[in-house]
Design a protein around this ligand. Structure first.
Ligand code: ADE
Ligand code: ZN
Length: 328
């Protein structure tokens, strides 16, 4: 599984930070980030709310463009070790320079420099999706959308929303999504992770995303599942994340296989891999074990994932050759 070429569409950059990386940075900066680690060095949280707090505490030690440069390299190494050849990562100007456009540009330049090294040395292509944070509210999302619109292009390719799905409504963020779309960005939105089918319907009606982050709880409403399938809405499914956070008790109970059988375009991602003790290779292993998925099934999903990627056609063609080589 490790050697199959993989396409990952849903990866939070800060959420992919190895705990040792964050712990070392906190130590070097003499910052006390509280008890966010277990005795074995892993991140400590008991539920989603606690996860969000630990995530933000860990992120608070990432204070310079140089920190993000090093983080990006560490994350790329982690992904490359799992056979990822193309990845889209969520970036938040909220965390990178406090939504100040000048500061954000500096963070972005540092992240892109690391991405260039990843392309050259690891053969891994990275692109960025700017993400507002739902529980920071619609006003901050507007500032984030402005940063997104100003830096949209061949590398920043999308706009999205993460954070606490139970806070605010999708329509509160419509201005931000319209601004991002007008700037040429492609749209994804977290929904149907903590919210049910109605939350997915509202997100589609108000924000009109091409892709949905998670979206798995659509399975509770088969009419919605049919609509997603008919309209070609892509789900960025993160099974290990859902299981670690207690949405499903185990791999066999996860709805990814049913959604796939019913014709929904599903893709496979890790979300925040060290938090959930996962990697792309582990996701593949566990899915193979739970659903008897074979190489053909994973390659079909990889091709669908590349189809759903937000990068330009030349990049897709180049990455597509890597998939073809593995299929041969
Ligand atoms: N931010 C990082 N991981 C997230 C998740 N699983 N859901 C919502 N927001 C997030
Ligand atoms: Zn996510």
């Amino acid at each position: 599984m490790k050697d199959l070429p993989k396409i990952e569409l849903h990866l939070h950059l800060e959420g992919a930070a190895p705990p040792a990386f964050i712990r070392d940075l906190a130590k070097r900066k003499h910052v006390d980030i509280g008890g966010i680690f277990n005795a074995d060095g892993s991140y400590r949280f008991k539920d989603f709310q606690a996860f969000l707090k630990v995530y933000e505490a860990a992120t608070s030690v990432l204070t310079t463009p140089e920190d993000y440069h090093r983080l990006t390299l560490a994350v790329l190494e982690q992904s490359a070790a799992s056979g990822v050849v193309y990845s889209e990562t969520f970036l938040s100007p909220d965390f990178c320079g406090g939504r100040d456009l000048g500061a954000w540009r500096e963070y972005l330049a540092a992240i892109r420099e690391a991405a260039d090294i990843g392309q050259r040395d690891m053969g891994l292509t990275l692109r960025g999706i700017i993400t507002c944070i739902r529980h920071f509210g619609p006003d901050k999302a507007r500032q984030t959308a402005r940063c997104a619109a100003e830096t949209a292009g061949d590398w920043i390719v999308g706009f999205g929303i993460a954070g606490d799905e139970k806070v605010a409504k999708p329509k509160d963020f419509r201005w931000s999504f319209d601004a991002a779309r007008e700037a040429g960005l492609r749209i994804t939105a977290h929904a149907g992770e903590w919210g049910g089918p109605d939350a997915i319907r509202a997100t589609i009606a108000d924000l009109n995303p091409e892709r949905i982050g998670h979206g798995v709880r659509a399975v509770e409403d088969l009419a919605l599942v049919d609509e997603l399938a008919e309209n070609g809405v892509v789900l960025e499914v993160c099974p290990g994340s859902n299981i670690a956070l207690g949405i499903y008790p185990d791999w066999r109970s996860h709805p990814i296989a049913e959604l796939d059988r019913r014709g929904v375009k599903v893709t496979i991602s890790t979300d925040d891999p060290p938090f959930f003790h996962t990697t792309m290779a582990r996701e593949y292993d566990r899915l193979a074990g739970a659903f008897d998925w074979d190489k053909g099934q994973f390659m079909r999903i990889a091709r669908a994932s590349l189809d759903a990627a937000f990068c330009d056609a030349d990049t897709k063609a180049r990455v597509g050759k890597l998939l073809e080589a593995a299929d041969a």
